[in-house]
Design a protein around this ligand. Structure first.
Ligand SMILES: N[C@@H](CCC(=O)N[C@@H](CS)C(=O)NCC(=O)O)C(=O)O
Length: 202
């Protein structure tokens, strides 16, 4: 098995943290996303989203999307962590928070970063106003996380899960976008401090 990735990117880091939680590691292949290697015909033939990370299995199957990769790794690694939830209710709550985080947090964060910085202007039209609007939507979303964390220790409830890893990745965007975790977000700050102690995110 091999992970095609760019180690410094948020989506690759989501998989790295997940693997560290599981106590596993796999070979990695660096993809030059600056040079748009991920947009080449050969890459896109195997990875329909044209993005990293991608997990290549020994039989040649490629799995893209970081959460799909985590789900696969979780399923093939005997463990009791239940990072996707244990009971039917927990599983639904993890899925619910994952989707809330993705749609209301991670997507606006990516859009803000890409459109404001123009980082990928070689391959997409960057619209600064859309970047600024996405940044505002991300800021408006943070109190939702704070409220959840005022009632529960972890994002999806009482148990640490992949939703916490996703939220950690999301918080990684904040400084890049000049967004501060201020005192109105004290529960999010408490959670962030707690997360920063986990060996998997070091
Ligand atoms: N939803 C995807 C997002 C993947 C993604 O956006 N990857 C970025 C790096 S974090 C990428 O490949 N960017 C290169 C490009 O857009 O051409 C996942 O979770 O895997």
């Amino acid at each position: 098995m091999k992970l095609h990735e760019k180690a410094t990117t948020p989506s690759a880091q989501r998989v790295h943290i997940f693997m560290r939680e599981l106590g596993i590691d796999i070979d990695r292949v660096d993809v030059d996303i600056r040079a748009a290697e991920n947009r080449s015909e050969a890459f896109m033939e195997k990875a329909p989203n044209g993005l990293i990370p991608v997990l290549e299995l020994d039989d040649g199957t490629w799995i893209c999307e970081s959460v799909a990769i985590c789900r696969y790794l979780d399923a093939i690694t005997p463990n009791e962590l239940a990072l996707f939830g244990n009971t039917p209710l927990e599983q639904a709550q993890v899925e619910m928070w994952q989707r809330i985080l993705e749609f209301q947090g991670v997507v606006p964060a990516f859009q803000a970063f890409r459109n404001i910085s123009g980082f990928f202007s070689d391959r997409e039209t960057c619209i600064k106003e859309w970047g600024e609007e996405s940044r505002k939507r991300l800021i408006a979303f943070l109190p939702t996380l704070d409220r959840q964390l005022s009632q529960h220790p972890w994002i999806a409830g009482e148990r640490y899960s992949i939703a916490d890893i996703t939220a950690w990745i999301l918080c990684g965007f904040l400084s890049r976008l000049d967004i501060e975790l201020d005192d109105t977000l004290s529960n999010l700050k408490r959670w962030h401090q707690q997360m920063s102690q986990r060996p998997s995110v070091q």
